[in-house]
Design a protein around this ligand. Structure first.
Ligand SMILES: [Zn+2]
Length: 214
């Protein structure tokens, strides 16, 4: 399937999410240290030579002001959205990079596109891109709550792990953030955890990647 589909579909959903979150979308990150660090890590990761779609996707990042939502997602074509509730939970730039790398991997490996096609059918996707189906209107935030399969999660974790390594970013950040998510008992965490199941198994798997490298 041509990557033009990812790009066109991603642009469509990005526009919808921006419309739906218009009141909370952060226009300028100013001198907010966490957002600056996040943007810096994002730029570093998306310039990575590991990304097959480094040039053909439209990699960009948006921040949404909502401290009670612990979530981040990546649309097809490389549009990442990060809620301030997730940023607040991170303690250092390697944790931020870990989450970003995982989300970037979902787009790069085209999981985001596959999920949407699987759920809604290719024809519906095509109608959205062509702008000939009005049921697409307002669908944005619903589309980003689709769950990835266990194997997609594992593949995204592995890709993220190698992308972090190749950028000389501490891979412990990926592990410690997921551990933190798992251990924090809060309703705030349901959003991210509901789209990212099996956290404990995934932590073990990432740790095994790490030990096999040493
Ligand atoms: Zn994931």
């Amino acid at each position: 399937m041509p990557t033009l589909i990812d790009v066109e579909l991603g642009a469509l959903i990005e526009q919808q999410v921006c419309n739906e979150e218009a009141n909370r979308l952060i226009d300028s990150i100013g001198n907010n240290q966490k957002m600056l660090a996040c943007k810096q890590q994002f730029d570093k990761l998306t310039q990575s030579e590991m990304l097959l779609h480094q040039k053909d996707f439209k990699w960009n990042i948006h921040f949404i002001k909502d401290d009670s939502t612990v979530n981040a997602f990546c649309l097809p074509g490389g549009h990442v959205f990060v809620y301030t509730g997730l940023l607040n939970l991170t303690d250092n730039s390697s944790e931020i990079a870990g989450v970003l790398a995982h989300e970037i991997a979902h787009a790069e490996l085209r999981h985001s596109l596959q999920q949407i096609i699987q759920q809604y059918g290719f024809q519906f996707v095509l109608e959205g891109i062509l702008g000939i189906n009005s049921s697409w209107l307002g669908l944005g935030l619903e589309l980003v709550q689709l769950k990835f399969s266990r194997s997609d999660e594992q593949a995204a974790d592995e890709f993220a792990f190698h992308m972090l390594q190749s950028n000389q970013i501490d891979t412990d950040g990926l592990i410690s953030f997921f551990k933190k998510m798992e251990q924090t008992n809060s309703n705030q965490l349901t959003t991210f955890l509901s789209t990212h199941p099996d956290t404990r198994k995934r932590i073990q798997h990432i740790q095994s990647l790490k030990t096999s490298k040493n």
